[in-house]
Design a protein around this ligand. Structure first.
Ligand code: AMP
Length: 193
């Protein structure tokens, strides 16, 4: 199995790149943000429980997020590998992922962090808001707060995997295919090691 974490602030292009990477490397794309949005749309109990966090751009409590992620990962039979997008977002989630993968006899292979600055992020998300229909994309204050949450709580996850020699930064500014090539180079380099 090959397990990749695609990391970076909201609006850094994770969703777009994840679709291309999963196709090329035959991985399952799991985006916790997409899973939550699907629950919201279906008005499930879980959807109702997490709505207020998503609306404000705040992190959903770990016990809810970790339970949902575990269930999703365990729903695949003989997977070739996973591309995680939007998870883990803090140390507790990274620890929980380590435990789950250990149970499954696998591990995180690589974390690739898309590097994009705050002003570019705000510009991109306001543009995405025109078509995404996401309430958390429409308000500049919420976008900036999501970016701050990333800086304050989530970025440490990079150091967590860096210490294990499993984290790399990739320039996330440029044409979609240019960024995709940078990501593929980093993946291939890691696989060839
Ligand atoms: P995203 O699509 O990754 O930007 O996530 C959208 C929203 O879903 C976030 O602002 C959080 O409210 C929630 N969310 C997604 N992933 C996580 C996570 N790993 N931990 C906590 N909340 C999350």
């Amino acid at each position: 199995m090959f397990n990749l974490i695609l990391f970076g602030p909201p609006g850094s292009g994770k969703g777009t790149q994840a679709a291309k990477i999963t196709e090329k490397y035959n991985l399952h794309h799991i985006s916790t943000g997409d899973l939550f949005r699907c629950e919201l749309k279906n008005e499930s109990e879980l959807g109702k429980a997490v709505k207020r966090y998503l609306d404000k751009g705040e992190l959903v409590p770990d016990h809810i997020t970790i339970k949902m992620l575990n269930k999703k990962i365990q729903s695949f039979e003989n997977p070739n590998g996973f591309l995680l997008d939007g998870f883990p977002r803090n140390k507790a989630q990274a620890d929980a992922l380590g435990e789950l993968f250990k149970e499954l006899g696998t591990d995180v292979d690589l974390l690739l962090a898309l590097d994009v600055g705050e002003e570019e992020i705000v510009k991109r998300i306001l543009n995405r808001a025109k078509t995404s229909g996401r309430s958390d994309d429409m308000d500049e204050n919420i976008i900036r707060s999501r970016y701050q949450i990333y800086k304050e709580f989530t970025q440490n996850v990079f150091d967590y995997y860096k210490k294990l020699n499993k984290a790399k930064k990739v320039d996330g500014v440029g044409e979609i295919d240019v960024v995709f090539n940078r990501l593929c180079c980093a993946i291939d380099e890691h696989k060839d090691k």
